[in-house]
Ligand binder design. Sequence first.
Ligand SMILES: Cc1ncc(COP(=O)(O)O)c(C=O)c1O
Length: 361
Amino acid sequence: MQIDFAKLQYQYQLYKTEIDEAIHAVLDKSNYIMGEEVTQLEQSLETFTGSKHAITCSSGTDALLLAMMALDIQPGDEIITTPFTFIATAETIAFLGAVPVFVDIDEKTYNIDPSKIEEKITAKTKAIMPVSLYGQPADIYAIQKIADKHQLKVIIDGAQSFGSTFSGRTDSNLGDISTTSFFPAKPLGCFGDGGAVFTNDDAIAAKMKSLRVHGQSKRYHHKYIGMGGRMDTLQCAIVSVKLKYYAKDLALRQEVASKYTKALKGKSIILPFVDTNATSAWAQYSIRVQNRDELQVKLKEQGIPTAVHYPMPLHLQECFAYLDKGKGNFPICEQVSNEIMSLPMNPYLNDEEIAYISNKL
Ligand SMILES: Cc1ncc(COP(=O)(O)O)c(C=O)c1O
């Protein structure tokens, strides 16, 4: 058997008629930039998430930039975040000249550990940026409490978690600003690059809308230093079709995760843990094993692709050597990154495939 990790082609075939129609409608109008499909998607995203403002943008990376620029993050400002994430989280902080201040992760959820945040707050701290890793929000209430006490902003990097919830609210509807990514392999993916920012604050929303188009207030009049950060009309049209079926996709991902957990219980594997307050969008089903490299090779031989998210924590990356946080600074993160391994995960993984993967494991 050959297992497909993300089944993107399968999904396209499933919705092909509607997606092709949506693409051709844009081609026929040739309204490639900021066409009506952009606003339509933003309205649907607001309805789905409950967030007052959804603003699409060019990627999950640019979404983080827009969020920080809207909050006026300046060179030298400190932003507290997790070292166990994709590079974009901390890269964008550093790109703006600010300083990523890492905090170790929780041993069970692999998200930032709120109990270790306060000791890292200084006079320069401006925001806390939790990441909803593998689809599960961090403990947002604990984080928000700390942020309120110290008058800090909360930016949620929800690139992996669109549709997840914490205490019944989507993680796009929490924090001061929340972001997401529509990278193709994300739970809600487009056919290229795309992303969105979410906020309930009218002024922040207006500023992010302006920043997305070079900080303009009206055509060729520029209030802020902004960026070319728009999402293509074509990509918006595609996501709009997929969003119609997304609640079903999320339920199917949850089912796949539950089946994996049932099949793998009792083996010498650490399984994913989802907090009772949270639901996960299950971007990944990531387990911990002692003999990962050997296991990956053997599984590949059996037609089972795996992935490692992420083999090297951000504090150990060459580009962050200047932060001077070498090995041993974030021990839980370092241990988890040595053991973590993601199994094939998508809404369409069938019982036969799940049984095959579990048995081979
Ligand atoms: C946690 C996290 N943040 C940010 C991003 C960046 O998103 P994009 O690839 O759309 O720029 C990703 C995507 O991989 C991610 O996983």
